[in-house]
Design a protein around this ligand. Structure first.
Ligand code: NAD
Length: 360
């Protein structure tokens, strides 16, 4: 039994709707397991811009840094599309990620049996898929220097630099090995070591660190092959660890195995406070209609418990509740088949919370 302070940024659009269900799930975990969760709401994105004139007020940064974990809904929307670049809701999100120093982005893609036909991939290929992509988030070609565009005419050149230092590779590989220990103990490191020196260093460094994890199986795959294998046979993967640009692409590819953006959770960790958010945005097209699928946020709560607070049994409880909700046939419109009965955001969230409480 323990006491935790959780920062909550509901954000814009469907953010408040799905966050409410995430908080409900966390309260149910507290009731079931005897933990106390104290929630403090902070503003960011469009809501902060409207109230304080900036998308990330200093109070939010300080409050989040003083808490054990951050549950984030979604930000942005058409209302703020025309504001100056530095005031855009998304600028606040990027700044917050930077402030929290999270260098590891975790994107799970697990396919629920009940939703096998929601994906464009054949059910027999998908069945049993449970992949975790661990993407390096603060280095690589997106940040490397030199970068720029210069020169004249036909010789005008655009260039970027893929660069990784040993310490950056070691810390992300450590996250991947530690996560693998909580799962099926397999790590596949993805690189392009047949062409890129930065990838050669990546591979050598991962092999070096692996000596500290003899119980975890390590394999290596070139990124082009990995892109194929994710579609051909996704069940072969447990944890994939890779650099920023490869991870950007592969995590989106892996997420589509599951079929619906309303089911996808994510976490950014590595700094003192973990940042937990559903993968989707603020979905202005369905805001206020009780159509938003809260399961991505509830799965995000599972990640907050597992990777943020290290409460494994409690996280398992949340994951089981999600499976129970799906097998009971409750469906928001995004995951309903034609003719299936539609449930509201709140109905699905209530059912998940009830399943958590009942499981104690
Ligand atoms: P989006 O993810 O908000 O929506 C894409 C589609 O998915 C829409 O049709 C939407 O209705 C649907 N969808 C999204 N979440 C859903 C859910 N939980 N349940 C059911 N359906 C869901 O992406 P977009 O339309 O490109 O962006 C809308 C706004 O969100 C933009 O302002 C964008 O900048 C912002 N955005 C924010 C984040 C974030 O906060 N991390 C991420 C992506 C986009």
């Amino acid at each position: 039994m323990a006491a935790y302070t959780i920062s909550v940024i509901h954000g814009d659009g469907i953010g408040p709707e799905v966050c409410a269900e995430g908080v409900k799930a966390l309260k149910a975990v507290g009731a079931a397991c005897g933990h106390s969760f104290a929630f403090t709401d902070y503003l960011a994105g469009g809501a902060a811009l409207d109230k304080h004139g900036v998308p990330l007020p200093p109070d939010t940064i300080k409050g989040v840094k003083d808490s054990h974990a951050l549950l984030f809904g979604a930000i942005g929307g058409p209302k703020w599309e025309k504001v100056a670049h530095h005031l855009k809701p998304e600028a606040g999100l990027l700044q917050l990620r930077k402030e929290l120093g999270a260098f590891a982005n975790l994107r799970p893609a697990n396919v629920h049996d009940e939703l096998l036909d929601a994906s464009t991939i054949k059910p027999e290929v998908l069945k049993g898929t449970d992949v975790m992509v661990v993407r390096e988030l603060t280095g690589g070609i997106y940040f490397g220097t030199p970068r720029g565009i210069d020169g004249e005419g036909a010789n005008r050149k655009g260039y970027n630099t893929e660069v990784y230092a040993v310490y950056e590779i070691e810390r992300i590989a450590k996250v991947a090995f530690d996560i693998a220990r909580l799962r099926r103990k397999k790590v596949c490191s993805v690189d392009k070591a047949n062409v890129l020196e930065s990838s050669q260093l990546w591979r050598d460094t991962v092999i070096g660190l692996h000596k500290q994890y003899p119980d975890v199986e390590l394999s290596h795959m070139y990124v082009d092959n990995c892109a194929m294998q994710l579609i051909r046979n996704p069940r072969q993967f447990d944890v994939i660890v890779t650099g920023n640009i490869f991870g950007d692409i592969l995590s989106d590819e892996a997420s589509m195995l599951t079929g619906s953006i309303g089911m996808l959770a994510s976490a950014s960790v590595g700094g003192p406070v973990g940042f937990f958010e559903p993968t989707h945005g603020s979905a202005p097209d369905i805001v206020g209609q009780e159509k938003a699928n809260p399961l991505a946020t509830i799965a995000t709560v599972g990640m907050l418990l597992r990777y943020g607070l290290k409460l494994t049994a409690e996280a398992d409880l949340v994951d089981r509740a999600i499976r129970q909700v799906l097998s009971s046939g409750l469906r928001t419109p995004d995951i309903a088949r034609p003719g299936e009965r539609i449930s509201t955001t709140r109905t699905v969230g209530d059912a998940a919370a009830a399943a958590i409480r009942a499981a104690r």
